[in-house]
Ligand binder design. Structure first.
Ligand code: BGC
Length: 713
């Protein structure tokens, strides 16, 4: 008969044995779980065990000041946040007081600083140079939200590889990308930088970027270290207001916000950036639960945690540190290894260690991580950029070709109603003669680069106007700007209407100003067209010619009038350097739009946050007609708005193409088919396109919503 072990009846020896057994199991579990992911351990990864001896040997030689220096990082170029007032970097580097610099971007500049580190500092430890290489370096691809709309991780991986090849040629061996924050609220400007609202797709994209940046081996000269950011929950900023607090239950954190970071770690990401926000009252850059328990103990991450810009210093403003020294102590002890830009580690860690407030062992561990990444990158062997390789590495024809393909696949066709010939307005017929091209974004190369345009240059962008003129002839493009993005004069509006009157068709290029209205510190409460663009749109439509509206934006825009009155609407995001070429090819049907939304598109701002994988409420409203105000108490006391429907304008996954699909009952005509029979409609030039999705419904805390678990392009 099996022995039943019950707490009170167990013999003392049995209890000890049982305790030992459980402890061993627990230890085993912890060890297994804390082990670094295989990608980090493999040759060329950040946790390659062969690096350890080198790290230890160097660490033993370092003074306290030199150790702290490895944890200090400053911007030596354009500021992307508040400055510290310091500029004495050369002197500090020579003293071993700086481990990393960012925001410089030419081989000449990186080499100049590197010479000081390698030749003048006592231990000759190289610097690592970082930059926000977000969706390309010189060859700019579509913004990340657009790249994610391709649903094509292989393409994203290739784009990241090209970015790495270009950036590394200037000595940049570290990018602050991918941004893997789940975002459910289009008011938040940084929704533009990520892969949208879904954790599964977000994880696929996160891993793809990491693979692309880091390549097969980190020490290959054209590989750069990735940095998954902003850890964690940053996208849940209350009210969509940037830097704002977040309240996220552990369940929601683990189910939605953490998975893309975990995917990045599993793909071998060398670094993680700790975010600005608080999570349930605790700042992400001083949060031992997320930074140490989850990241280190559960996931086994052995790379570097870098703070976001000044986020260690901001612990004082958050109110969890009375002074700068306490902020430095809390940041480091929670698990932030490197201090980006606040200078507090430089200013206070030495005293904190000497007084015992920060254990020496804790400091050493942070330094080990930084050194490990530097060894893994091969910086000790090859500290300098090859200035001769720099210019030749940029803008290869293949890279430009990929930028075009990526742009074409990122466009989401939102509406395509019949035009004059009763066929859908798009694609345009080659017989169209004169086109009125109207709007502030029709000839605005700089905006095509998005809010983190890297080193992309406006003069290398093909604008919509240039590409259209090339396609149909300059004389057939009747261009009228019509309005600025944020303002307009009456005469310009009138000139645009007159232009539409002279043409067969009008193309309007409207949207947001990428630099000002999208990205960091660009939250909006109004998601309509800025300035007088809505007025421009309505006036041009009233001119009576068929209208194609192309939207350039870093987020969904609430444009109910346009979706009702404009026959064709294409969301183009910010497409990168090949914007115009890709758009014109799409307009004329050389390429069919295949992008699908990765965010739920709201009808009105009041619906935000809006996302498809929301829990069911106890009072679902789906039985009722929500297009009218509630008529009785059954219709009223359900989870709804009294003045708007619950559903989005366009749901997650939405996107039209130039064809239609019929669905019907499924039957199997034959149980076996040869490949030749199956492929008979394809020839060598027709890419096989499969569409496949699996929606699963898993039970966890309570009934989970149906959500994406597999798909194929
Ligand atoms: C942003 C980060 C960026 C960093 C460095 C911060 O303000 O939040 O995303 O990587 O600046 O430029």
């Amino acid at each position: 008969m099996p022995k039943i072990i019950s707490g009170t009846k167990m013999h003392i020896c049995e209890r000890v044995n049982y305790f030992l057994f459980v402890s061993i199991l627990l230890l085993l579990w912890l060890c297994l779980n804390a082990q670094a992911p295989a990608t980090q351990m493999q040759a060329g990864g950040i946790a390659d065990p062969r690096l350890d001896a080198r790290v230890e040997s160097l660490l033993r030689k370092m003074t306290l000041e030199e150790k702290i220096g490895q944890l200090v990082q400053y911007s030596a170029g354009q500021q992307t946040g508040p400055g510290t007032g310091r500029t004495d970097y050369e002197d500090m580097i020579a003293k071993g007081q700086i481990g990393a610099l960012f925001n410089i971007s030419t081989a000449k500049e990186t080499n100049a600083y590197q010479h000081i580190a390698v030749e003048k500092s006592r231990l000759h430890i190289p610097l690592v140079f970082g930059l926000d290489v977000i969706h390309g370096f010189r060859t700019e691809f579509p913004i990340p939200l657009g790249l994610a709309s391709t649903w094509d991780p292989a393409l994203v991986e290739n784009a990241a590889r090209i970015a790495a090849q270009e950036a590394s040629a200037t000595g940049i061996r570290w990018t602050f990308s991918p941004m893997v924050d789940i975002a459910r609220d289009a008011r938040w400007g940084r929704i533009t930088e990520g892969a949208g609202e879904d954790p599964f797709l977000g994880s696929e994209m996160a891993a793809a970027y990491v693979r692309g940046y880091q390549g097969q081996r980190l020490d290959a000269p054209d590989s750069i270290a990735a940095c998954a950011k902003h850890y964690v929950g940053y996208g849940a900023a209350e009210g969509g207001r940037d830097y704002n607090s977040t309240e996220i239950s552990e369940h929601t954190l683990r189910q939605f916000y953490l998975p893309p970071f975990h995917a990045a770690v599993n793909a071998g990401a060398a670094t993680i950036m700790s975010a600005f926000n608080t999570i349930n009252g605790v700042p992400a850059s001083a949060n031992p639960f997320t930074l140490t328990q989850v990241l280190r103990k559960e996931w086994g991450f052995r790379g570097v945690v870098d703070s976001d810009y000044g986020s260690v210093g901001e612990l004082v403003a958050h109110g969890i540190a009375n002074d700068d020294a306490t902020a430095a102590r809390k940041g480091l002890l929670a698990g932030v290894d490197m201090d980006m830009a606040s200078s507090l580690y430089h200013d206070h860690l030495a005293d904190l260690v000497k007084s015992g407030q920060v254990p020496q062992a804790h400091l050493d561990e942070a330094v080990r991580r930084v050194l490990r990444v530097k060894f893994a990158l091969g910086l000790f062997e090859h500290p300098y950029a090859d200035e001769a390789r720099e210019s030749g590495a940029m803008l290869h024809p293949d890279s430009i070709e990929l930028a075009r393909t990526a742009a074409e696949r990122s466009f989401v066709l939102l509406k395509n109603s019949p035009g004059p010939s009763n066929a859908p307005l798009l694609p345009l017929s080659n017989a169209v003669r004169d086109i009125a091209l109207i709007g502030p974004l029709a000839d605005d190369p700089a905006n095509m680069l998005g809010s983190w345009g890297g080193l992309g240059r406006a003069e290398e962008v093909i604008s919509l106007r240039a590409a259209l003129a090339k396609r149909i002839g300059e004389q057939h493009v009747i261009y009228a700007k019509g309005a600025g993005i944020r303002d307009a004069a009456d005469e310009d509006l009138n000139a645009a209407v007159a232009a539409a009157g002279k043409a067969d068709l009008a193309i309007l290029a409207l949207g947001e100003d990428a630099g000002w209205m999208t990205g960091e510190a660009a939250s909006r409460t109004n998601l309509g067209l800025p300035g007088r663009q809505q007025e421009l749109l309505e006036k041009v439509v009233a001119a009576g010619k068929p209208v194609v509206l192309i939207l350039f934006s870093g987020r969904p825009l609430t444009l109910p009038w346009a979706f009702e009155h404009v026959p064709a609407v294409l969301e183009a995001w910010y497409p990168g350097i090949q914007a115009g070429t890709a758009l014109v090819r799409t307009l004329f049907g050389d390429s069919g739009p295949s992008g699908k939304l990765v965010v739920s598109w709201p009808r009105v701002v009041g619906q935000e946050p809006l996302y498809y994988n929301a829990l069911s409420t106890g009072r679902p409203a789906d039985k009722y007609d929500l297009t009218r105000p509630p008529q009785n108490s059954d219709e009223k006391y359900v989870s709804r708005y009294i003045d708007e429907v619950n559903s989005p304008q366009f749901p997650f996954g939405y996107g039209l193409s130039y064809t239609t699909f019929g669905y019907g009952p499924v039957s199997v005509s034959s149980k076996q088919l040869s490949a030749a029979t199956l492929n008979k409609g394809l020839n060598a030039n027709t890419p096989a396109l499969t569409a496949e999705a699996e929606i699963c419904n898993c039970t966890f805390v309570c009934e989970e919503p149906a959500w994406l678990s597999r798909y194929a392009r």
